[in-house]
Design a protein around this ligand. Structure first.
Ligand code: M6R
Length: 615
C-alpha cells in the first residue's frame, strides 16, 4: 500500500525518485507526486494517475535539486484527487511529507490543529501528520540544531496508527528524515547518496547495501551521515545488509506483462526453493533457518497455518499435505481473523505464517499475537529482510525472486513446493518410510521440468480463453487438495479480469451454488486425482445437465470422457504432492489471457495493491 522514495546526495533527485516510484508502483497506483528542495525552495508536482503520467508532465527543469521525496498512492483516507495525493506540504510551506500507513487519531489531531489556525486542503490523515510536525517545529527552540528532529519525534509521540514516512524541511536543505511504525522503510546506501524506500525494488538499481528500519526507529540522513535513533532518543548502530537481487529480475524483458513473465519463471522458482535443501542419504528435505530442532518438531501435535489471500490458499493445500504425509493435525486461519479470535491453542502448537511480501499487516499482526502468547512462530516468506522475516522465530525463504505483478503466481507455486518439502521433512521425522521418502524427493526434484512442460500449454490455453473471454460468471470446482486450487483459480480470475468467479468443493455445489449454473456460467473442473475420478464425474454430469460449459483440467494419463467436457487441458502426471503446482498453471494462464483479451490492466488491477500494509 503506497510506495515511498526519498533521495539525498550529489545528483539530481527527481529522475532517481521517478525511477524508484515506477518500480514501486505495484504498491499503489492511483496518484503520485514528487517534492524537491533546492536553495530552501520546495518544488512540488502531483498527478492524479500513474507514475508514468507524472513523469511525462513533470519537467525536470521545474524539479531541480538533490534532496527530495516522492510517493505513489493507494487511497485510504480521501478520494483519488490531486489534493489528496502526496507529498503533502504544511500550511506554512515549511514541511513536506510522504506517508504510507494509517493515522487512527488523525481527526482529533486535525481538530486541535484547526483550533490553532491551521487550514487543510485535503481529506488525508497524512496532511494532518505533516502539519503536526510543522506545529512542533514552530514551537521548538529556533537555534536548536535538532529542531527538525525534535519536531518529528514529538509528532510521532502524539500519533496512533501506522506509518512509514519521509520528510523534508525548507529550513534544512541538507537533511532527509525517515521513520517507521508498522509500514516498511529501508535506507539504501549508495555512492555519495542515500535513498529511503518502502522496499528494495525501488533502489536496487543504485545500491545493494541497505539498512532495514525497525518499528519505532527514526533515521536522519545529513551531510553524508546516516544516524539511526529510536523515538526515545537512543542512538543505534545501523546494521548494513547486502541484497542479492539481480536487477534483471525486476525488468519486464521480452514479456508484455510481469504476470506472464512470472508464470514462465515458475520452473526456476521451484529450483531455487529446493537448492541445497535435500538430504538424499536420508531421503528427506532440510531447512537451514527453521531454528527448531528435530526433537522439538517431533513434540509438535498441531500446526496452525496463517496467511491472507493467495498465501492463505497455499495454507489450505499445506493442510492436506502435512496431514497426509506427516499425520500432524493442521488448522488454517485467515491472519486477520486469528488476531481477534483468541483461539485456545495447545502449548505444543507450531504456528507458521506465509507471506510473499513479508509486510502484509494482517499476517504480521497474527505473527506478533502468536509470539506474544509464546508459540513458536515460523514464516515462509519471499522477501529477505522483510518485517515478517525479521520478527519470526525462524523460517524458510522462498528465493522466488521479485514478484511484481499484483496477482501472485510464482510466489504461490513456490509456497506450495516448500509446503510439500516441509510435509516430507515432518513426515520423515515421524512415520514416513525411507522408500516413500525416496519417491517423494525424486518427484519434487522433477517438478521444475514438469512446470516447463505445463507452461508450453500457453497457446492452447490462449485459444480456450478466446472462447470464454466474455463470460460474466465462472465456477471453479475441485475436491480435496484441488479445492484450494479451485479457490485460487477463482481469485486469480476475479482480481485481474473482474469476472465474478467462485471456487467450491465440487460436491458442495449441489448444496446451493448449483442455482447459479446455466449455459453462460462455465465450470472449470480440476480432475487430477484418479482415486476420486468417479465422484467428480458425477459432479460434472450435474453441471452438464444444466447446460453449463465444462473446462476440465486433468492429467495426461487420465483424461475425462470427451462427451462430458467442452474443453480439456491435460497436464503432466506427477506425484500427488506436486500436482497442485501443475494444476495451478493452466488457471493462471486462463486468467491472464482472459483479462488481457478484455483489455484489463493485468499487472495493476483496479483497487488492488501488491503489498497490503493497512488493516
Ligand atoms: O504478500 P502476501 O503473500 O502476504 O500477500 C497476501 C495477499 O495480499 C496476496 O496473496 C493477494 O491475495 C494477491 N493479490 C493474490 O494474487
Amino acid at each position: 500500500m503506497c510506495g515511498i522514495v526519498g533521495y539525498i546526495g550529489q545528483r539530481e533527485a527527481s529522475p532517481i525518485l521517478l525511477e524508484g516510484l515506477k518500480r514501486l508502483e505495484y504498491r499503489g497506483y492511483d496518484s503520485a507526486g514528487v517534492a524537491v528542495l533546492a536553495d530552501e525552495t520546495l518544488k512540488l508536482k502531483k498527478y492524479k494517475g500513474r507514475v508514468t503520467d507524472l513523469a511525462r508532465t513533470a519537467s525536470s527543469s521545474d524539479l531541480t535539486g538533490s534532496l527530495g521525496i516522492s510517493h505513489t498512492r493507494w487511497a485510504t483516507h480521501g478520494a483519488v484527487t490531486e489534493e489528496n495525493a502526496h507529498p503533502h506540504v504544511s500550511h506554512d510551506g515549511k514541511i513536506s511529507l510522504v506517508h504510507n500507513g494509517v493515522i487512527e487519531n488523525y481527526l482529533s489531531v486535525k481538530k486541535f490543529l484547526e483550533s490553532n489556525g491551521v487550514e487543510f486542503y485535503s481529506e488525508t490523515d497524512s496532511e494532518v501528520f505533516c502539519n503536526l510536525i510543522a506545529y512542533h517545529y514552530e514551537k521548538e527552540d529556533k537555534n536548536s540544531p535538532n529542531r527538525f528532529l525534535n519536531s518529528v519525534r514529538r509528532s510521532l509521540r502524539h500519533l496512533d496508527g501506522t506509518y512509514g514516512i519521509a520528510a523534508i524541511c525548507t529550513d534544512c536543505p541538507d537533511e532527509l528524515f525517515g521513520a517507521r511504525k508498522g509500514s516498511p522503510l529501508i535506507v539504501g546506501i549508495g555512492t555519495d547518496e542515500y535513498l529511503l524506500a518502502s522496499d528494495v525494488s525501488a533502489i536496487i538499481s543504485r545500491t545493494s547495501n541497505v539498512v532495514y528500519l525497525n518499528d519505532g526507529e527514526i533515521v536522519s540522513l545529513k551531510n553524508g551521515e546516516l544516524n539511526l535513533l529510536t523515538n526515545d532518543e537512543e542512538v543505534l548502530t545501523p546494521e548494513v545488509q547486502k541484497i542479492d537481487w539481480d536487477i534483471a529480475e525486476s525488468e519486464l524483458g521480452d514479456y508484455e506483462h510481469f504476470m506472464l513473465k512470472e508464470i514462465f519463471e515458475q520452473s526456476g522458482a521451484l529450483e531455487n526453493a529446493m537448492r541445497g535443501r535435500f538430504s538424499d542419504d536420508q531421503s528427506t528435505a532440510k531447512f537451514g533457518g527453521l531454528n527448531v530442532s528435530a526433537q522439538e518438531l517431533r513434540q509438535v501435535d498441531r500446526i496452525l497455518l496463517c496467511a491472507c489471500g493467495t498465501a492463505w490458499h497455499a495454507c489450505l493445500v499445506g493442510e492436506y499435505l502435512i496431514e497426509r504425509y506427516a499425520r500432524i493435525p493442521v488448522e488454517v486461519e485467515y491472519a486477520s481473523e486469528f488476531r481477534y479470535r483468541n483461539a485456545p491453542l495447545d502449548k505444543n502448537t507450531l504456528v507458521l505464517v506465509i507471506s510473499q511480501s513479508g509486510e502484509t499487516i494482517d499476517t504480521l499482526a497474527a505473527l506478533r499475537e502468536s509470539k506474544r502468547k509464546g508459540y513458536k512462530t515460523l514464516a515462509i516468506n519471499n522477501s529477505v529482510g522483510s518485517t515478517i522475516a525479521r520478527e519470526s522465530d525462524g523460517g524458510i525463504y522462498q528465493h522466488a525472486g521479485p514478484e511484481i505483478g499484483v496477482a501472485s503466481t510464482k510466489a504461490f507455486t513456490s509456497q506450495l513446493h516448500i509446503l510439500s518439502m516441509l510435509a516430507l521433512y515432518l513426515g520423515r521425522l515421524r512415520d514416513m518410510s525411507f522408500q516413500e521418502g525416496v519417491e517423494y524427493v525424486e518427484a519434487l526434484k522433477q517438478a521444475p521440468e514438469l512446470v516447463t512442460e505445463t507452461v508450453k500449454l500457453n497457446d492452447e490455453i490462449l485459444a480456450i480463453s478466446e472462447k470464454y473471454k466474455d463470460m460474466q460468471d465462472c465456477l471453479f470446482l475441485g475436491r480435496q487438495d484441488m479445492f484450494p486450487i479451485a479457490l485460487e483459480g477463482a481469485l486469480k480470475l476475479k482480481e485481474i479480469s473482474y469476472i465474478h468467479a467462485e471456487g467450491y468443493p465440487a460436491a458442495e455445489m449441489k448444496h446451493g451454488p448449483i442455482a447459479l449454473i446455466n449455459e453462460s456460467c462455465p465450470a472449470i473442473v480440476l480432475a487430477t486425482q484418479p482415486d476420486i475420478h468417479a465422484k467428480l464425474l458425477s459432479n460434472i454430469q450435474e453441471v452438464k445437465a444444466r447446460g453449463a460449459p465444462v473446462i476440465a483440467i486433468a492429467t495426461k494419463s487420465n483424461p475425462l470422457p470427451k462427451h462430458l467436457v467442452d474443453d480439456q487441458i491435460l497436464i503432466p502426471d506427477s506425484h500427488r504432492a506436486v500436482l497442485p503446482v501443475l494444476a495451478s498453471i493452466p488457471m493462471q494462464l486462463l486468467s491472464y489471457h482472459i483479462a488481457n483479451l478484455r483489455g484489463c490492466d493485468v499487472d495493476k488491477p483496479r483497487n488492488l495493491a501488491k503489498s497490503v500494509t493497512v488493516e
